[in-house]
Design a protein around this ligand. Structure first.
Ligand code: KIV
Ligand code: ZN
Length: 517
């Protein structure tokens, strides 16, 4: 552990677009990935892992587009220690000004024996060859011994030393299966610091999975032992139980700077807007009591707490809500609020709206304010995210009517427009009004989809709160995600379904990943 009093800078490496995106239900299309990449730059992330180029055309294109067009962070592409992977990663990255190739190879006995069927010497040889090939393309090379936390420490030290000798500038120590505990993981990092002779030539990074709920704790323990980079994801997305949560680990280091004596470049008031954006795009809802970015993270319900808060906020708050991007006061807007007030509020919530976007959000705000007396921050965020979609709607909802009484088959009539043309269909089927509405939409659009998941949650509080609906549906073997918002939950569901259909129209489904990888 460092005994110095000076603050060390920790590199934040975000893998939302790679480890996060590869987890079930979190796929993003190209324009969504570009939007997230820009948000990560605005957040102040040092390195963005944009994808794993060999795995699919979608991943390749995303890494290439992000490397070519996004500036302000290092852009990284992942590759196994195999020539075709590394060459493909470089092909995607080569147009960028500031890029990194990340190569990995498993080192634990379990992976050596059952997955790779390789002995220790061969692992070292392949790791060295992989790093050297990547180094022939660029200087900034990261090497990861996959499943490092379950690798014999002596062997881990040998592999890490060889990778650094071959040119790795960052050595990342993954706890691939979330098996480590803080004291154990800290001792692994200390062993590397103390036993690898050339360790000062590379930055030690950590990449912790959350299977035991310890990813943040393990990452912090590693920082105490000398790690200089943390790999993490927005909202803790990632394989299985996810990765170390960016917002949690960053705020832990910032809030407990007195103890850790470390800092990051993260612009913390962007944490909540970035979390909302990623949640909105992936459809992965943030649990209410999630640390830092959950809706309840700064809510005080108990009388004693509220009393203490009114007297002095530090009695019950260790961070200020505005430091992570929550507004201190949920200032209420209503139907008399003007465009300037809305623009101010959107800006304070962390959204940059251009004039055209402001016009459409203001229109939606006015119609919402007609139905709902008080418009809260959550309502405004939901409206902006709804309007801010990159999908241009081909099919638009004109009107619908439902008849539904208990015990009887519901009937739905809906009119949709497509260009100048309006079409109406009536369906009497299913076990609820939404079922009947979805069938009528399918009849009009000629697209039959299979709904795999359907959720509704309220965007704010109160009986007149807006409902946010998210639908995941399959069409021709591809998954599509749709989102709809309305004060009426039936309308929210209908809009979400229509959003799925519009995404099918423009081919904005999840990318096809090569399952063999
Ligand atoms: O969990 C893991 O081991 C990984 C590596 C590719 C770094 O994601
Ligand atoms: Zn991982």
């Amino acid at each position: 552990m460092s005994t110095s009093n000076t603050t060390r800078q920790i590199t934040i490496f975000d893998t939302t677009l790679r480890d996060g995106e590869q987890s079930p239900g979190c796929s993003m299309n190209l324009s969504e990935k570009l939007e997230v990449a820009q948000a990560l730059v605005d957040l102040g992330v040092d390195v963005i892992e944009a994808g794993f180029p060999i795995t699919s055309v979608g991943d390749f294109q995303a890494v290439r587009e992000i490397a070519n067009s996004v500036t302000g962070s290092t852009i990284c592409g992942l590759a196994r220690c195999r020539e075709p992977d590394i060459d493909r990663a470089w092909e995607a990255l080569q147009g960028g000004d500031d890029v990194r190739i990340h190569v990995f190879l498993a080192t634990s006995a379990i992976h050596r024996e059952f997955k790779l069927r390789m002995g220790k010497e061969e692992i070292i040889r392949r790791a060295v060859d992989g790093v050297k090939r990547a180094k022939s393309y660029c200087d900034n090379i990261e090497f990861s011994p996959e499943d490092a936390a379950r690798t014999e420490v002596d062997f881990l030290c040998q592999v890490v030393e060889a990778a650094i000798d071959a040119g790795a500038t960052t050595v990342n120590i993954p706890d691939t299966v979330g098996y480590a505990t803080p004291a154990h993981f800290s001792s692994v990092i200390s062993s590397l610091v103390n036993r690898v002779p050339n360790i000062d030539k590379a930055v030690i990074s950590v990449h912790c999975h959350n299977d035991l709920g310890l990813a943040v704790a393990n990452s912090l323990a590693a920082v105490e032992s000398g790690a200089g980079q943390i790999e993490c994801t927005v909202n803790g997305l990632g394989e299985r139980a996810g990765n170390c949560s960016l917002e949690e680990v960053v705020m832990a280091m910032r809030t407990r700077n007195d103890y850790y004596k470390v800092d990051t470049r993260i612009n913390t008031p962007r944490l909540v807007p970035t979390s909302r954006l990623v949640s909105n795009i992936t459809g992965m809802l943030v649990q209410r009591n999630k640390a830092i970015v959950g809706r309840n993270a700064f809510a005080h319900e108990a009388g004693i707490h509220q009393d203490g808060m009114l007297k002095e906020s530090t009695t019950y708050e260790i961070m200020r809500p505005q430091d992570v991007g929550f507004m201190r006061t949920d200032l209420v807007l209503g139907k008399h609020s003007g465009r300037a007030a809305l623009a101010d509020r959107a800006k304070a919530l962390g959204y940059h709206l251009n004039d055209e976007q402001l016009v459409s959000v203001f229109e939606a705000f006015k119609s919402l304010a007609d139905k709902k007396k008080d418009v809260y921050d959550g309502d405004i965020a939901a409206l902006i995210e709804q309007q801010n979609t990159t999908i241009v709607d081909q099919w638009k909802l004109v009107t619908y009517e439902i008849q539904s009484t208990s015990g009887n088959t519901p009937t739905a009539t809906i009119t949709l427009s497509h260009g100048d043309q309006e079409t109406t269909a009536t369906k009497s089927c299913g076990d609820g009004p939404l079922d009947a509405l979805f069938s009528a939409i399918e009849e009009i659009t000629g697209k039959a989809v299979v709904v795999r998941d359907f959720r509704v949650q309220s965007a704010t509080r109160g009986k007149d709160a807006q409902g946010e609906s998210i639908i995941e549906a399959e069409f021709n073997g591809r998954m599509y995600r749709g989102r709809g918002v309305s004060t009426d939950t039936v309308e929210a569901g209908t809009r979400a379904f229509l959003n799925v259909i519009n995404r099918i129209e423009v081919g904005a489904g999840e990318s096809d990943r090569n399952e063999a990888i």
